[in-house]
Design a protein around this ligand. Sequence first.
Ligand code: MEV
Length: 289
Amino acid sequence: MEGTGYGKAILIGEHFVVHGARGIGIGIPRKTTVTVAKAPSLKFLFECGDLLKEASRRILRKVAGNTDYEISMESELPASAGMGWSASYSVALASAAGKAAGRQLTRKEVAEIAFEGEKVFHGNPSGIDNTLAAFGGVMLFRKGKGAEPLKVGGKFHFVIANSGKKGPTKELVGMVAKVKETRPTLFGRMMEEEERMVDEAITALGAGDAEKLGGLMERNHALLVELGLSTPIIDEIRKTALENGALGAKITGAGGGGCVLILAPDGNKAREIAERLGKYGAFDFTVSS
Ligand code: MEV
């Protein structure tokens, strides 16, 4: 039986969502596909580490009550790059295992089960990655409260470029938690600023206002820089994108490497920026209602 999970990009709010702020994420048209079949015991037909094995065991136990499955996996997403590979895997596995166990799981249930896998991968995840991996689309998310689709009033042309350096999500989430602990006033101000951006982004998305949204992505990136999450390659990607007409460019995901999400004014510009950033594996895609 087969299951799939989407990749994701975070438009506004990574890290702050872990601490209860709202965030906006978008599903990206790249996916992970997992196939499972009943077997005498758990067997992985692809190379994988201990975390993935443990996450898989937890998901299988939750869905099927046992781990006697053979698992194969194919992904269009790079791992640890900020595109939500682990969540797309967890969602794909939960969905495939549900079918194999004869259960009719809703997407909400699949997202909730995948969250168990995300906890193994990331320690203290907000749940935004597995929610987007299950639903795709453009979603407003709040930890513990789930997600709702947002109105998109036009076409938005995005590019994603991969810095090539893996961002260690668990460590970076821990690093930001330290900032919250040691500098609560500063962090509180950042959370308020981020919440304002979410409100403005909801309006910009609904109105199809790409210029406004690009400006908000820039402001969100500045907060992530203040938290020490950018890198010289991310700065370089942003510079190239902005010099070539991008409306905004920001870290997406945990940072410290990983990917940059870029907003272009139109489809031609998006393709041109993706070409300019070809050495970073850049690709463009459109989000609309
Ligand atoms: C990772 O894609 C997003 C973070 O906010 C972590 C999380 O929300 O679980 C950094």
